[in-house]
Design a binder for this molecule. Structure first.
Ligand SMILES: [Zn+2]
Length: 339
């Protein structure tokens, strides 16, 4: 029967065959390129999501140009989130990045490193610790592989040595698997007087202070944006913990007030837009503590009487007043009783 097909019928079949072959060809090309575009779009979209997810999950915000802050939570040291109570962050320059405090565990340090990598591939040239306390320094180990210079107050190296066994005893679970003394990283560069660090087109000023919150407090100023990273020299919302010297801290606050800064990042609590806003609550609290403790001592009250009478009602509305205030009165009393 096929032999009886006319020429036009044969042409029609051939044309049909060519057409269906071309259809299949374009279909394959179209589908392949569509799939490829789809995969590219999804991967671009998911990398965008993961970068912004990291930012969101780690509570990261750019509080001034190139200054990224992770805000800590206000929980007590007994809480399971105790390793995430401090404000920590990083500053990106043209050439490299400086980290300011690394959190209270290697886990928090690692999250900070991931959040840096969601923003830039530049090397991390400095990890700066504002003082010795665990919530600012135990994440250092997470940055070791980036080979930065670790920077701190001139008394920080000694403080790290003295605190290693205390940290290993009390914060063992925050120091990774099988922690030992090498899990706690101290400074390579000790800051004895005001110095500048160059991140490329961006200079940071680092300034050490005499005993205030601790005996190794250091501040960082990003000179371009005039942003002050105050470490624990400033607390907002969360009650300050007095472990250094009340009078020393008040003097340091006076010195800080003379600096030309705009934004202020406290060691704990919300960012302030002016220096006065940043220290208002803390300064009033310390002046009250100074006056009331002096009055108690003059009246011949014992330390326990002072603890039981001075501002037990939390008139400054501090968070975690219960956990810290009595300790502050006690510290103020022992400092002021020998005046
Ligand atoms: Zn702190």
């Amino acid at each position: 029967m096929y032999g009886l097909l006319s020429l036009s019928q044969q042409n029609y079949w051939v044309l049909n065959l060519v057409e269906s072959a071309m259809n299949t060809f374009f279909n394959v090309i179209f589908r392949t390129s569509f799939t490829y575009c789809f995969v590219v779009l999804i991967s671009v979209f998911s990398s965008y999501i993961s970068a912004s997810e990291i930012e969101k999950q780690f509570n990261l915000s750019e509080i001034a140009d190139g200054n990224f802050l992770h805000t800590g939570v206000h929980v007590s040291i007994e809480d399971k989130r105790h390793d995430d109570i401090a404000n920590i962050g990083f500053i990106i320059g043209e050439n490299c990045v400086a980290v300011i405090d690394t959190g209270g565990s290697i886990t928090i340090g690692t999250k900070l490193l991931e959040s840096i990598r969601s923003k830039t591939d530049k090397p991390i040239c400095y990890v700066i610790n504002t003082h010795i306390h665990f919530d600012h320094i135990l994440g250092n180990k997470a940055f070791n592989k980036e080979q930065p210079k670790f920077v701190g107050h001139y008394q920080l190296a000694e403080a790290v040595e003295q605190n290693k066994s205390f940290f290993l005893e009390n914060y063992k679970n925050d120091l990774g698997l099988n922690p030992d003394e090498n899990s706690i990283i101290g400074p390579d560069i000790l800051v004895e007087k005001t110095i500048q660090l160059d991140l490329g087109e961006r200079n940071l000023t680092l300034m050490p202070f005499p005993t205030s919150h601790s005996y190794n407090d250091l501040i960082v100023i990003d000179n371009i944006t005039k942003t002050l990273w105050a470490g624990d020299l400033i607390f907002r919302q969360r009650i300050p913990s007095l472990t250094g010297s009340l009078k020393g801290w008040l003097k340091t606050m006076d010195d800080l007030s003379k600096l030309d800064v705009k934004k202020v990042i406290p060691g704990h609590g919300a960012v302030a837009d002016t220096f006065m806003q940043a220290i208002e609550q803390q300064q009033k609290y310390f002046l009250m503590l100074l006056e009331e403790t002096r009055n108690s001592i003059e009246k011949g009250a014992f330390i326990n009487d002072a603890i039981e009478t001075i501002d037990t009602g939390n008139s400054f509305n501090w968070l975690l007043h219960e956990q810290q205030h009595a300790g502050n009165v006690s510290k103020a009393y022992t400092e002021l009783e020998w005046e």
